[in-house]
Design a binder for this molecule. Structure first.
Ligand code: GLU
Length: 426
């Protein structure tokens, strides 16, 4: 059986492909050359399973999506008190590049440009040279992505040559002793940070690292403390979408950060990271198709953070028993998107050739809408692959057993599948 998640992601892309509003960013001339039709999505579970659809290998500059990660690095290196000395944690309700500081001259949060420039200056120590700071950032972002990332020198130069606004911010920050470097050097290393090249799979994995309390889920590398991730995600949820942050949390409910090259990253704490790419932007500088794709991810996959339907529990597969012609997979706990993802991933790896397969949901108290849909699609795919399928559901928890092809999954008695074989899960 092949897990249907890449197919779901592909469907989301097809649903937003016709959205052709918005324009590629032009205030950084190099970004104006972007192909406006590129479109991609990727998702990474906190267990490191990565799925994608569309132009997933297309690279683009990370831009503002770097900001929460650099904030996390500053918190990791210096602790909250030192970081709070230069930047607040309140939503600004203003545009990303607003020429404003807070009442005490600190930028109000680390995700607007003023705050991001101030935070960039903390990395590797305030006395660091620009080269050493950039090298530290390259190494850090490469660890987060789990591969060596490069910097798009063309984008960095292009931005630097048109950086009057960011230079004004850096001059203000230096005037009020928030940063030590001169304005040009400060903007030089901030621009470098924004020009790191990534694809959507990198972003999904980086985001899943935040979701996973700082352990990169694919490489297993422990990069950040869980407390740092919690703080970063809290700031992302209140400030990540700038002047649209409140509406975003209400409508989409996934802590997120956008970048002007067209990337959009979202994190569900404890569950997963997700990212989209499409370079046409709305007036607030957010990807038009990316925003629509996130709305679908939130509604169709049940990923709204405030949803009361999103409990996360123990591993959803309690055990698996099998002999030559039967397999019973015993599930447990509430089945939402993340639980169903884990079940489908395991099923994909099992060797279930032409045997009778039953999913035992007698220990599953509930399934949400997306969990039910995904489990049923997994069963349909098993049958398509030649298995005979059934559910063991003595309490009728799977209220609707009709599959997408109109057939109904048969019920089975636990006795029919009684196997004295070995329990193959640890
Ligand atoms: N480097 C861009 C700037 O400072 C980042 C903006 C963004 O991605 O929102 O203008």
């Amino acid at each position: 059986m092949k897990t249907p998640i890449p197919y779901y992601l592909g469907q989301i892309l097809e649903s937003v492909r016709d959205e052709d509003g918005g324009e590629v960013a032009e205030y950084i001339p190099e970004l104006a050359n972007a192909d406006p039709d590129k479109l991609a999505v990727a998702l990474c579970s906190s267990t490191g399973h990565v799925y994608s659809a569309g132009d997933a290998e297309h690279e683009f500059s990370i831009q503002s999506i770097s900001k929460p990660f650099v904030y996390a690095l500053a918190l990791q290196e210096l602790g909250l008190d030192a970081v709070r000395d230069v930047v607040g944690m309140e939503p600004s309700g203003e545009a990303f590049n607003e020429l404003s500081l807070g009442r005490d001259y600190r930028p109000v949060n680390p995700l607007i440009n003023a705050g991001a420039i101030a935070v960039n200056q903390l990395i590797n120590g305030v006395d660091s040279s620009v080269e050493d700071r950039n090298a530290r950032l390259n190494e850090y972002f490469s660890r987060l992505a789990g591969r060596d990332l490069s910097v798009d020198a063309g984008v960095a130069d292009s931005e630097l040559n048109h950086a009057d606004r960011n230079l004004s911010l850096a001059h203000m920050l230096r005037n009020y002793d928030i940063i030590k470097d001169d304005a040009h050097d400060a903007v030089l290393s901030y621009t470098h940070q924004c020009a790191i090249r990534v694809d959507v799979r990198d972003l999904a994995v980086m985001s899943a690292t935040l979701a996973n309390g700082g352990r990169q889920p694919v490489t297993g590398d422990k990069i950040l403390d869980a407390d740092v991730c919690r703080l970063t995600l809290a700031v992302m949820s209140s400030c990540g979408m700038y002047d649209g942050a409140g509406r975003w949390m209400a409508e989409v409910g996934i802590p997120a950060k956008s970048g002007v090259a067209g990337g959009l990253l979202g994190t569900l704490p404890g569950q997963l990271g997700v990212a989209t790419f499409s370079p046409r932007l709305n007036e607030s500088g957010n990807s038009v198709r990316g925003v629509e794709a996130f709305k679908l991810l939130s509604s169709d996959m049940g990923l709204h953070l405030m949803s009361t339907d999103n409990r996360v529990g123990t591993h959803p597969i309690r055990s698996k028993e099998e002999d030559e012609d039967h397999a019973v997979i015993h599930l447990q706990g509430h089945i939402n998107f993340s639980a169903a993802e884990a079940i489908l991933y395991e099923l994909q790896g099992y060797d279930l050739d032409a045997c009778r397969v039953a999913l035992d949901i007698s220990q599953v108290p509930s399934l949400n809408r997306v969990g039910r849909r995904m489990l049923k699609e997994g069963l349909r795919r098993l049958r398509e692959g030649g298995n005979e399928i059934a559910v063991i559901d003595p309490d009728g928890t799977l209220t609707d057993r009709e599959l997408s092809d109109g057939t109904v999954v048969p019920l089975a008695d636990a006795e029919d599948y009684h196997i004295n074989g070995e329990d193959v899960r640890d």
